[in-house]
Design a binder for this molecule. Structure first.
Ligand code: ADP
Ligand code: 5GP
Length: 235
């Protein structure tokens, strides 16, 4: 039997857009889709568990892994910490006949696209700046200073939206979740090369609405909301 070539899905988003929420739903309902648990040197936060959200390692361990060429990509983020995707997850997904989902930043996404041009990249966006600020406050994890920094970072990240294949504006959670599932399914169906059933055609059509070329006009007002100084949603 020929080995399975995993479809690699990359998902990126400004913090607070709802990416983790969407990824958790996607993983719960999608068969044969593995999550690539990244390595990081940042400290463990809140309820995180080693091996679940990340493998938490020392800087020395991370640098040894770089030297041993164990990473498919890695980035040094926020001038502070390393984050990296281990090659072994791709190999293991292939052996199991599974596909692989990477939750990585814009730099990591660009590195993966260079190495694996068939990877499918998805950028998740909030509907506008005010909504993002509100979600960050509602999540209750960050101080006002950190929230202000995240909003500034969000603007820079969103400027890169056109490097992605698909754009998902996370307004209504259920709709976004359906669309994300459609993007994943449509790639599987398309690559299988088989004739499409009516249901598969519906899924492909839904996914196509989120292709960069079809979604660009919806991103521009969001980007504008981040470029225009706005009144704070701070209570
Ligand atoms: P991220 O992983 O992108 O940083 P989270 O998944 O932690 O974001 O979501 C940030 C907050 O927004 C959480 O409180 C989450 O419950 C909420 N949220 C996510 N998606 C939506 C949505 N579509 N509508 C309203 N709230 C949402
Ligand atoms: P956090 O520290 O909030 O969990 O994540 C910060 C950022 O690091 C997020 O944008 C997340 O997508 C990104 N990230 C997580 N793992 C990796 C990785 O392995 N590689 C890269 N390049 N970015 C990652």
């Amino acid at each position: 039997m020929s080995p399975h070539t995993p479809i690699v899905y990359i998902i990126s988003a400004p913090s607070g857009s709802g990416k983790s929420t969407l990824v958790n739903v996607l993983l719960a309902i999608t068969p044969c889709l593995d999550f690539s648990v990244s390595y990081t040197t940042r400290p463990l936060r809140g309820s995180e568990q080693n091996g679940k959200q990340y493998y938490f390692v020392s800087r020395e361990e991370f640098e040894q892994m770089i030297a041993a060429d164990e990473f498919l990509e890695h980035a040094f983020l926020y001038g502070k910490d390393y984050y990296g995707t281990a090659r072994r997850f791709l190999r293991e997904a292939g052996e199991k006949g599974h596909d692989l989902l990477l939750d990585i930043d814009v730099q990591g996404a660009a590195q993966i696209k260079q190495k694996l041009p068939d990877a499918v990249s998805i950028f998740v966006l909030p509907p506008d700046r005010k909504t993002l600020e509100w979600r960050l406050r509602k999540r209750g994890e960050d101080s006002n200073d950190v929230i202000d920094r995240r909003l500034e970072e969000a603007r820079r990240e969103i400027e890169n939206y056109d490097k992605y294949d698909f754009i998902l504006i996370n307004d209504k959670l259920e709709e976004s979740s359906d669309s994300l599932q459609a993007i994943v399914e449509s790639e599987r169906v398309r690559r299988s090369g088989q004739a499409l059933s009516a249901e598969e055609k519906r899924i492909v059509d839904l996914a196509d609405r989120h292709r960069l070329a079809n979604a660009r006009h919806r991103v521009l007002p969001i980007l504008a909301s981040f470029r225009t100084p706005q009144a704070s949603a701070r209570p």
